[in-house]
Ligand binder design. Structure first.
Ligand SMILES: [Mn+2]
Length: 263
């Protein structure tokens, strides 16, 4: 059964004329090209606001690890970017332990999943997307567990090295799943659930990531979804990195090079 979720509302300040959405960069120490592309994009985008809708990091093992070499470099990039423009961050299934301390260090605004963004006189529902993939019953069980405050408190009480090992194990499991079947057979967001969320939000459109299958699709005559691109620039697979940009005239899907061009 499709369950509706009440979104948090966020009204864009009238001064915003360009709003960017990105997700699923899966930044890690072994993704130097994605890291550089992301840093350059955050410096040069003409956007007034950038919404990061989850899985910015391949893993985030807790805010107490934010001073480690790689994490500190990421926070420094975010901090420099947030001095120039508004940054919003919604956690994904890889970086769900990104918390208040890291948000504050990065100068970012935390976003609930889902969030209803109101801009240009329109309503746009935003989600990472993993909660919509209800056919993946085993994952939804894991999600309920790891999103529970008690589980998180217990996990964060463990040594950082142990948490990194846990994150690596989760990554291996996910890679095994993806290697075992073509992308067309990976779990997708459930249509009835998306429509229920959109009805609860009284919104005609949804933006989500997570599935790594970018595209735009009519869900019915009155509702549409826009799936964000992952950023794949490092591991030999076909290169892909896009920004979804919202302006008064509508949405546009931009290759990274174009997203950074001056207005
Ligand atoms: Mn994800």
């Amino acid at each position: 059964m499709a369950t509706a979720v009440e979104p948090r509302e966020l009204a864009a300040p009238p001064a915003w004329s360009t709003i960017d959405f990105i997700s699923d960069l899966h930044l890690a120490e072994d993704t130097p090209r994605a890291f550089d592309a992301w840093r350059d994009y955050l410096v040069s985008t003409p956007a007034d606001a950038v919404f990061i809708l989850g899985d910015l990091f391949e893993a985030w093992v807790g805010d107490d690890a934010r001073d480690a070499e790689f994490e500190a470099r990421c926070i420094a990039v975010l901090r420099a970017a947030s001095a120039r423009r508004w940054l919003g961050f919604m956690v994904g299934n890889r970086d769900f332990l990104f918390g208040r301390d890291a948000l504050e260090a990065a100068g970012m605004n935390g976003l609930a999943d889902p969030t209803l963004l109101i801009a240009f006189g329109q309503r746009m529902l935003l989600s990472h997307g993993d909660a919509l993939c209800i056919d993946d019953v085993a994952y939804q069980q894991v999600r309920r567990t790891v999103r529970h405050p008690a589980w998180q408190a217990a996990a964060l009480a463990r040594p950082i090295a142990e948490r990194r090992a846990m994150a690596r194990a989760m990554r291996t499991e996910s890679e095994r799943y993806q290697a075992g079947r073509p992308p067309s057979q990976w779990f997708d967001a459930d249509r009835a659930t998306m429509l229920a969320w959109l009805a609860a939000a009284r919104a005609p459109a949804l933006i989500h990531g997570h599935t790594h299958r970018p595209g735009d699709e009519d869900l019915d005559a009155a509702h549409r979804r826009h799936v964000l691109s992952d950023w794949s620039l490092d591991h030999g697979a076909p290169e892909r990195a896009e920004v979804l940009r919202w302006q008064a005239g509508g949405l546009s899907r931009l290759p990274l090079a174009q997203a950074s061009a001056p207005r």
